[in-house]
Design a protein around this ligand. Structure first.
Ligand code: HEC
Ligand code: HEC
Ligand code: HEC
Ligand code: HEC
Ligand code: HEC
Ligand code: HEC
Length: 494
């Protein structure tokens, strides 16, 4: 390197000081870690949107910090040299000595750097894997607490977040990175929304995520499910419904095509438009059958021509929208705890009181847990059986309510049924019809999707009817024009 004009030392000489050397080592390690993390991240089958970005953000400032120290060292050295030169004209160090000393130092430095590089490589590998794990993802970041807690109690507790939220491939990898960056910024600036809006509309299509594990052609046939309830009366009267759900299948090589999973038949396509963020109002549906014939159904009064950008294609997540984050509604959760005996059913009106306390407005989790305990103690003074009930109700609260993020069943509709949310009735309400009014969406009568094998309580539950009972509604006769969710809200008894 040419000496600077007016000086007799090169720019490199400025770096021959401990500050600059340490700074350079830090910078090299930072850049090395950055590159390694990038490589791990791009090679991972599923990359985590936030993690990668967070890690890069960590490694990058590290490198910049190193360069900064290097610069500071160089400035100090420059001043020192200039001062030394003023005092006495340059007296060169004997060449052999300087060479010997620097070679010695170079060897030590080289060894140290190699060791540090090794440590960095192992360190970033482990950090990457730790940080990429769902434990870290959900637990470290309080914003994700609601989704993480519900996820751990879901059938997908062992499926990584990124398998559903990112999926494989470079395009989605990059999309997730950019998205992750926006979200980090929102987090740092504290501008993220509470609750986090349900993203179904913007999720990657199920065929590229869910269907890596689930086979859409699988034939399920009928599935039996029992729904246990306790009415909101003094005796907490037991009331159960035993349903045979006609899940069916969508591929003729494995069973008759039909039933609920008819929707998954690759030969059909169902598209729709939702007019609200939560996708609860669907006024327009277009069905394309195997022959390419299209049928449009509209809700009464909907005359608009939908904007092509708003049209979505139906997939798994339009029914199974909470496979990993199911925020149980208070009455559903209390029914379950009562059926398991965690809440003693012989305590008069316990179901009603528990649900009422769960639906109260609380500013923090602590306040909620305290008020639940105080409220139940006050209702049942000198009653030892209330203690386990209090614990059970508090547990329900902790698992399903997150006041800091305003997250609970209310914020996140569950679209699988039709009792607490419109669900299937968003389309199958008997009101969506073709323009001439002659054809309506099929499967809108009570036996189309399931049969009620048995219902009621006690001995009634043994009276099976393979052809399906007519529904005996515990809340009185039903008026077909009122949807279930107009009365049932998942909260206090309607
Ligand atoms: C089995 C697939 C699956 C897994 C695994 C999964 N999610 Fe989700 N997640 C979803 C779906 C589907 C939605 C969209 C729900 C909707 O739109 O109603 C969602 C929504 C979300 C939301 C938006 C808020 C909400 O509740 O709608 C967040 C945040 C989220 N997930 C975080 C996570 C985190 C963190 C993990 C890992 C701890 C994770 N998810 C694991 C499928 C999954
Ligand atoms: C990495 C693999 C994987 C991915 C991706 C995945 N699942 Fe699953 N899913 C499973 C496994 C495994 C089970 C069975 C769990 C069990 O029964 O122990 C399951 C169970 C289910 C069930 C039955 C739930 C129940 O109540 O028993 C549904 C519904 C489901 N998944 C839907 C989805 C949807 C929708 C998606 C996409 C958003 C998805 N899965 C993505 C592996 C996956
Ligand atoms: C039209 C709505 C709808 C669509 C679309 C749909 N499902 Fe289902 N699926 C259901 C219903 C309803 C059940 C019955 C179980 C229930 O009610 O919880 C079911 C049952 C299942 C089960 C068995 C659940 C269990 O408890 O063991 C799995 C797994 C499943 N679906 C996966 C999928 C996958 C994967 C897709 C996309 C390829 C899909 N479903 C598309 C409505 C749907
Ligand atoms: C976005 C609108 C939409 C939603 C939401 C929806 N469906 Fe459908 N479904 C349709 C359309 C359209 C058809 C075809 C109707 C026809 O042929 O007239 C259909 C057909 C069906 C069929 C009849 C299949 C056959 O054998 O012909 C069943 C059963 C069914 N759906 C069940 C469900 C269930 C259960 C849910 C809720 C978990 C649901 N659907 C949610 C639009 C929807
Ligand atoms: C489009 C399909 C479809 C139609 C039409 C339909 N149901 Fe359902 N129903 C479902 C599904 C799917 C579930 C299961 C929800 C779940 O797994 O959480 C369900 C669940 C139920 C349950 C049990 C709910 C609980 O929590 O106890 C009852 C009762 C019920 N339906 C009654 C009816 C009645 C009465 C009608 C006629 C007015 C009807 N259903 C029409 C799809 C349908
Ligand atoms: C006009 C309001 C109203 C409508 C509409 C309505 N329900 Fe109910 N339902 C009630 C009342 C009130 C009760 C009694 C609540 C109690 O004592 O716990 C009840 C009780 C029930 C129960 C017993 C367990 C429980 O959750 O309390 C089920 C199951 C049920 N209804 C299902 C349905 C279904 C399915 C539909 C739609 C087909 C429906 N209901 C429509 C008012 C209504």
């Amino acid at each position: 390197m040419k000496p600077e004009s007016g000086t007799d030392y090169s720019r490199w000489d400025l770096l021959r000081n401990w500050w600059s050397i340490i700074g350079l080592v830090i910078a090299v390690l930072g850049i090395f870690a950055f590159l390694l993390l990038f490589i791990y991240d791009s090679m991972a089958r599923f990359s985590n949107p936030y993690v990668g970005v967070a890690l890069y953000f960590f490694a990058f400032p590290f490198a910049v910090f190193g360069l900064f120290i290097t610069g500071v060292g160089a400035i100090i050295e420059h001043r020192r040299m200039a001062a030394a030169k003023q005092r006495e004209p340059a007296k060169p160090v004997p060449a052999t000595l300087s060479r010997l000393r620097s070679r010695h130092i170079q060897e030590i430095l080289f060894t140290v750097v190699v060791i540090l590089l090794g440590v960095t490589a192992v360190g970033s590998y482990h950090t990457y894997h730790f940080v990429e794990s769902p434990q870290f993802c959900g637990a470290t970041c309080h914003v994700m607490e609601p989704e993480n807690t519900t996820y751990q109690h879901s059938p997908h507790a062992h499926v990584g977040c990124t398998e559903c939220h990112v999926g494989p491939g470079v395009t989605w990898f990059m999309k997730a990175k950019i998205n992750g960056m926006h979200q980090l910024v929102a987090m740092v600036r504290n501008t993220y929304s509470r609750p986090i809006p349900p993203p179904a509309k913007h999720m990657r299509p199920a065929r590229e995520t869910c269907e890596q594990c689930h086979w859409s052609k699988k034939f399920y046939g009928n599935m039996e499910k029992v729904y246990e309830h306790y009415l909101a009366d003094e005796k907490n009267t037991h009331y159960a419904v035993r349903l045979s759900l006609k899940v069916g299948g969508s591929d003729p090589t494995h069973g008759p095509v039909g039933g609920i999973h008819w929707h998954m038949n690759v030969a059909n396509k169902i598209e729709f438009v939702a007019t609200d963020k939560e996708q609860q109002v669907i006024p327009w549906i277009r069905m394309t059958d195997a022959k390419g014939v299209q049928t449009e159904f509209r809700a009464a009064g909907y005359k608009d021509t939908p904007n092509p950008a708003d049209i979505q294609t139906m997939d798994c997540m339009d029914c199974h929208n909470r496979p990993a984050h199911n925020f149980a509604a208070p009455d559903t959760a209390v029914d379950l705890a009562m059926s398991l005996g965690k809440i003693d059913r012989s305590l008069p009106s316990i179901g009603k009181h528990a649900v009422a306390l769960l639906t109260g407005k609380y500013a923090s989790k602590k306040e909620a847990l305290d008020k639940i305990a105080a409220g139940l103690k006050q209702q049942y003074p000198n009653e030892p059986r209330i203690q386990p009930a209090i614990a059970a109700v508090q547990e329900i609260y902790s698992r399903n309510f997150f006041p800091a993020m305003k997250a609970s069943w209310k914020a996140y509709p569950d679209n699988i049924g039709h009792k607490d949310w419109a669900g299937c009735f968003r389309c199958h309400d008997g009101q969506h019809a073709t323009a001439d009014g002659k054809q309506k969406v099929k499967a809108s009568d009570c036996n189309a999707c399931h049969l009620i094998l048995a219902q009621g309580t006690g001995a009634e539950l043994n009276q099976l009817n393979a052809a399906g009972h007519a529904f005996k509604h515990p809340g009185g006769d039903l008026d077909p024009s009122t949807k279930c969710n107009e009365c049932h809200s998942g909260g206090a008894a309607p």
